[in-house]
Design a protein around this ligand. Structure first.
Ligand SMILES: C[S@@+](CC[C@H](N)C(=O)[O-])C[C@H]1O[C@@H](n2cnc3c(N)ncnc32)[C@H](O)[C@@H]1O
Length: 476
């Protein structure tokens, strides 16, 4: 009689075979839509493309895409879009600012307060600075008023941000926070923004996707990890004055920003809705947008609330607020509990059904559940995360189909992922769901060069390169 273990193993192998076959079939279905796009590169689909771009480079948001990518899809890909653009996962507002510079009004939705604050500060910096404001910022650079300031304004910490800075840096930050209170609200926003921009550089931490990585000099170490040295930890005064100089210089040269597509007209309106797109999308008007340009969190366990914990606590968030935020985010970490999507919006039953009926996805879900029961997953919450990710994305896709005008396009940057030795084709699964929910899949543009897997997956199952794509869907 086969042992329980052997039985599980052969069931696992059967599941994997079934997934491979379904995956190949779905790929075949979309064969005509798959195109390797020479325009796309790792640089254009990531923040790297913004590294030297005035204003875009102020805050290094690693999860951002480039302004050039937005310009290409909204202006170059199929001619200029007509009407407003929406980004339901706005991040630091790349879609909003790049579209607006091209004369396209833009709405964004963003849940994370750091993204919201960056968009707010950048709007002020670019659109509302007077010559007095500029003189005031110059004064901050030349006179460093915080240095002599007597009053310190402490900032909150949570468990995962304790002892993040050297003691002299804590003192400097607190004095800076004290001194900036003397300024107008607008200047306070810019000064606080500059502080947010430098936090990683002056701290013992480095952003590392799933969590913050700690330099050994902090005295903190994740159990089982090697001692890590992040290199130079910047002194506060030098870092903040350099950042203020950069911001000021870009504000001064704002008339001639080097864009891929030259600025056509004066910048258009930008609106930001603060909160979860799962709550906000349902309140947007039907057939009111000319395009959606977006990049949702990937289904890769990256935890934004951990990665951006220094910034969130500097903005005053408490432990409970950070935890709540984590639950509100689109499910992409193992800590996300299941959301009651029908309670959020009872009209979403057909969207959830579209995910439930997607064969490849359901087989992947069944396989992951089987692997969980067999004890083969390094985290037992992976099946719940994957299920939640696709159900929630189906609701976002259904809502996007509703708010787009007929024939309008949705552009989405996303990555495929891999769990328990199985590559999950996020691109074809979401495209198939989109087809059910009112889109025609025009293209799945593949970024040349494939992404690797986590070292854990490679060690256990070998290497299987993963596609990174931009999906182009058109509302039927
Ligand atoms: C890949 S990033 C987008 C970056 C953006 N394209 C940019 O260039 O800055 C995904 C964003 O979705 C946000 N997000 C996650 N869950 C959300 C939700 N439920 N509602 C709105 N935004 C959410 C995250 O905070 C993150 O900023």
């Amino acid at each position: 009689m086969p042992s329980k273990n052997n039985e599980f193993q052969s069931e696992s192998a059967e599941f994997r075979e079934k997934i491979t076959a379904l995956d190949a079939k779905l790929h075949e279905d979309f064969n005509a839509q798959f195109v390797v796009s020479p325009f796309l590169s790792r640089k254009t689909v990531s923040f790297q493309g913004n590294k030297d771009k005035p204003a875009y480079s102020w805050y290094k948001y690693k999860e951002a895409f480039s302004a050039g990518l937005v310009e290409y899809f909204l202006c170059g890909y199929a001619g200029p879009i007509s009407g407003k653009v929406l980004d339901p996962f706005a991040g630091i507002g790349t879609t909003l600012f790049a579209a607006s510079a091209q004369g396209i009004s833009a709405d964004g939705i963003e849940l994370l307060p750091i993204g919201q604050e960056i968009i707010h500060a950048r709007l002020l910096a670019e659109r509302e600075m007077t010559s007095e404001d500029i003189t005031k910022l110059e004064h901050w650079i030349t006179s460093v008023p915080w240095k002599q300031y007597p009053e310190r304004v402490p900032f909150s910490t949570i468990r995962i941000t304790e002892n993040a800075y050297p003691p002299e840096t804590v003192e400097a930050i607190e004095k800076y926070r004290g001194a900036l209170r003397q300024e107008s609200e607008k200047i306070q926003t810019i000064l606080q923004f500059a502080l947010l921009c430098i936090l990683e550089g002056i701290s013992y931490t480095r952003k590392d996707g799933q969590y913050l990585r700690w330099d050994a000099r902090s005295g903190k170490r994740r159990p089982g990890t090697k001692a890590f040295n992040k290199g130079k930890i910047l002194p506060f005064d030098a870092a903040i004055t350099a950042k203020l100089k950069e911001i000021l210089s870009d504000i001064r040269h704002a008339e001639t920003p080097p864009t891929l597509f030259p600025m056509k007209q004066t910048a258009k309106e930008i609106r930001l809705f603060k909160g979860s797109c799962l709550e906000i999308l349902q309140n947007l008007e039907t057939a009111s947008y000319g395009a959606v340009m977006t990049s949702p969190p990937y289904c890769n366990r990256y935890d934004y609330t951990r990665t951006y914990a220094l910034e969130l606590t500097m903005l005053g968030l408490t432990q409970a607020e950070v935890s709540n935020l984590r639950q509100e985010m689109l499910s992409c970490t193992v800590e996300n509990r299941e959301k009651d999507l029908l309670k959020i919006c009872p009209q979403w039953a057909p969207f959830i059904e579209a995910a439930d009926q997607q064969k490849l996805l359901q087989t992947v879900n069944a396989y992951l559940e089987h692997e969980r029961v067999s004890g083969n997953l390094n985290n037992t919450s992976i099946p719940r995360m994957v299920r939640g990710y696709f159900s929630e994305m189906a609701c976002v896709i259904g809502e996007c189909a509703r708010i787009l005008k007929p024939n309008a396009r949705l552009f989405m940057v996303n990555d495929n992922v891999r769990y328990a030795g199985v590559s999950i084709s996020v691109d074809t699964i979401l495209s198939d769901i989109a087809r059910t929910l009112g889109f025609e899949v025009e293209n799945i543009l593949v970024v040349p060069g494939k992404k690797g897997n986590s070292s854990q997956q490679m060690g256990m199952y070998g290497r299987a390169p993963l596609r990174k794509c931009v999906y182009v869907w058109r509302k039927r």
